[in-house]
Ligand binder design. Sequence first.
Ligand code: BGC
Length: 391
Amino acid sequence: MAHTPRRLDSYSALAEHSIRLITGLQTPEGAYPASPTFSAYVGYSWLRDGAFIADAASIAGAPDSATAFFQWCANTIARRRDTIMRIVAEAAAGRPVAASDMLPARFTFAGEDGVDEWWDFQLDGYGTWIWALAAHLERHGLPADRFVDAVGITVDYLVASWQRPCYDWWEEHSQHVHISTLACVEAGLRAASVAGLISGERRAAADDAARAIAEFITERGVADGHLVKWVGSTAVDGSLAAALAPLGVIDARSAVGRRTIEVLESHLAVTGGVHRYLGDTFFGGGQWPLLSCFLGLAHLAAGDRDRAEELFAWSAATATDTGDMPEQVGEHLIAPGMRQEWIDKWGPVATPLLWSHAMFLRLGVELGAIDPAALTVAAYAATAPGQGGAR
Ligand code: BGC
């Protein structure tokens, strides 16, 4: 491990540990490993996890680390230009390519497709990386030039593909169109346009698609006044909090925003721990600290600071004695009988999960519980070639 185990007794210590984990584990190529030790994730970086990790690094005192990740995304996507052009052309000709020929959700650190079978066709990360990048450039007043090309072809890919069913945030249910996936795509398209990362016809197409997605969400992504897991469902999913904050696709104070929070609370939150969805069986279907933080961000955006603080405190308390935050905790399982099956298959729950640490940082900074100026980052590849990225 790249970090020194120690006891953590305050938010600032956990925050410091979190940013050091994130920057210390970043690879020389700029990728963020999802988890350094978990068997099924070792060696891979996801656009979804990575975008939110970079977003946290950007606000938590490690902007160079975030830039290095976005550069990795840009390089990884740019080398798939021909594939993207073919996907876009075939879609325009009314012959959409097979789901298995769409772009993957995760890549090796060198930016290659994985060699293991995976539930790869997921659109959300292609929107989220643009959203996080645009916010990062704006926040730190950085030049956009070197990202323009990769953002442009990502936008083409999303404009041509957003209506397709694909795997969701949890890499499941590929037959459905997922509302949180659409929120990520809409956020990415809007951010590309507003930040001036695209222009001309491409920008007009992105604006049209973003508007169409917003209408689609309103018409087909809402039931009983709240956002739903997928089109046709009446259930919620913990990932929907992200549509309110930090993505801001749905106003957290609107009727739909408030009702979505209310239903997420009543269906998925038990004390401060948030389940992914009812019916989850992955590792028994425990509570995910990163989802507590997303729900906390949504509450904060809706004006309920007290509840946001409770959720934040709950997420912090999931850290182990050495300060590592897990993907999920098993205190309140939806399907207890399924836990051992996953442990037998893949080993214990992914710990640390960098995305969990990232969301703890993100909510902590927004709450003012973490002071970014007080954090020191680990040496990482962007500034110290060959010295960061202990893998
Ligand atoms: C989760 C994904 C996540 C991946 C890597 C999967 O088990 O369902 O949301 O991107 O792990 O952390």
